[in-house]
Design a protein around this ligand. Sequence first.
Ligand code: DGJ
Length: 740
Amino acid sequence: MPIEWDAEGRVLHLRNDRISCLLRIQEDGSLGHLYFGRSLAPARSYAHLSGGEFRGFGNRLGEPGRLEYPVPGGGDYRVPALVVEQPDGSAALRLEYAGHEITRGKPEIPGLPATYVEADGEADTLEVTLRDEVGGVEAHLLYTVFADHAAIARSARIVNRGDGVVRVRTAMSASLDLGDADWVMDQLSGTWARERHVVSRRLVPGRQSISSRRGSSGHEHNPFLLLRRTSTTEEHGEALGFSLVYSGNFLAEAEVDPFGSARVRIGIHPEEFTWTLEPGAEFATPEAVLVYSDAGIGALSDTYHRLYRERLARGPWRDRPRPVLLNSWEGAYFDFDEERLVQMATAAAALGIELFVLDDGWFGHRDADTSSLGDWFADRRKLPDGIAGLARRVEAAGIRFGLWIEPEMVSRDSDLFRAHPDWAVGVPGRPRTEGRNQYVLDLSRPDVVEHLDAVLSKVLSGAPVSYVKWDMNRVITEPYSVALPPERQGEFFHRYILGVYELYRRLTTRFPEILFESCAGGGGRFDPGLLAFAPQAWTSDDTDAVERLPIQWGTSIAYPLSAIAAHVSAVPNHQVGRVTPLSTRAAVAFFGVFGYELDPTALPDAERDEVARQVGFYVAHRELFQRGRFVRLVGPFDGDGNETAWMVVSPERRSAVVGHYRVLNRPSPGPARLRLRGLDPAITYDVAAWPASDDTVARLNRGPRGGDELMAAGLLLDATRGEVTARGDFQARLFVLEAR
Ligand code: DGJ
């Protein structure tokens, strides 16, 4: 996967077997972009690719229009990657090539999560230095090309080598100038309880963007963009992915210029951001991971899944099978005592569930969401022997114990707030906005991080805690830190996230055996930044099986199933009131990190048996669900959205599980078939429905079937009218395929 330097053509070529990225130092010293796409042959000259681009008055006459890290002020009126306010108040900047270095491996980004390598041979890194000769600002652009992933990791370091103080106003992680604008942009958008639905639009002249300015990556938009050709499908065609390894305010934007080319940029949102650089100081941007696929959206997802599962997630839990858990939230909410929890845990253990998680309500005197955040000591009214006493009893019941925390928050009614009102984010002398009756702690302050580290370490070391769910239930308003001088308030949001990462780093390092799951009012901070610390995330507070189809489908575009926590909950569902079969709820939740969110002591006997069978099935196929290749077959965003189908396939393609879901039943079906993908055409698979059934569909699909047949002709979905009539709404079918 060499990075080649063509000294004559002044071209840098980053390549592996699947992708190439070409940069060229242009005549005026700027760093031009030539190409990002399918792998091109090594040891060839590509300098000519920069020719023939004339941009009229828009740019300096005759200058090629595609740039790697554009700045404003020199005639390029498209969105910039870097804006720096100089000591004289101007934003003048002219970046010229000052050198480059190629190293084996991949350096860390100080204070920020990023993809990594375990051996130098896994990647090469290019660092190009661009310098503004007049003012002394340098942009160090980092590009890592992986040997075995169709991805390039990019970031930038801005260094002030001048004599005066400068202020960075925009510093994108990556900017990419594409040769044409004939793309459809897919974004993952929604709100609380319907996160990450796929929303598509064609690129048009002008700017189109998604962003967050809430202090977290947010429920509304995920820090991810996908560009695809109109003809691209899951299996065929070109797709480009832009993913930001960051959990705070972000901007992902495409601008189409009048000449029909597109610029895409992704990074920290420039609004409400400035960073002051004293002489000699530097600023590091988060990492952006750019993926190219010429084999459809599915192959792009494959790249993100494997890279994020194997080289972003870290720690012992990266590769371990994740436990099937029961979370107390929807089963008990705030209404519990030790006896009730032990009963729930005991009932869960009897069903084969491996981990019991005590959610919100165990600390201070918290009987509702109106108090006690920040007071991380057990409520002795409910837990007379504290967390340790409860955890010991849970473990004695044969199930591990996990705990919910919300470290970044403080309730007005809490000892912590009474002792440290200045630790809450807000502008002194002005009202603070409450959200869910709580304030946000100022994690931009090292003393606040220090305090949380100490109190939470005490909780986690004082009891046998195997798992932590780290929640975050409101966004940031009135961004301000009393610990920062006025001229540095623009640094607050980023410093806050650096504080979150620092606390995560400390706790995950001190407690490597604890499995961390991130959460933010459901899926409000489901981003690659947190996956570096917590290898799984609570996907959404919406646990309804039908609602989960688009949520899990959209999430899977950029994130592996090993990150997607999915639970079976009680009916009527607590978010939408829908009553779906227990089998359907499990058939959806299997495709992720599986668990339950209900009171197991309240299950009727028949359901108890069914749950035990579900747990057994998931455990038997856990490796497949958590580490297999996820293949999307029929999408909830296609047609009328009534059908969804997907499957997981083992790496050697010897086993697979297929899920097919029909929201509303329809009369008089035709002989619909579901064509599978990702199998080995030469393998004969035993096909069986799960749970075992003797209906016509199960019978006609059962038996040895060639992988070729299953992919070309597919599985039968509907048979007799009578059986269809009896089936009702919200049905799911699972098929298990095992090589003979
Ligand atoms: C929001 C989370 O998404 C829920 O699962 C639950 O933990 C509540 N917070 C508790 O307050």
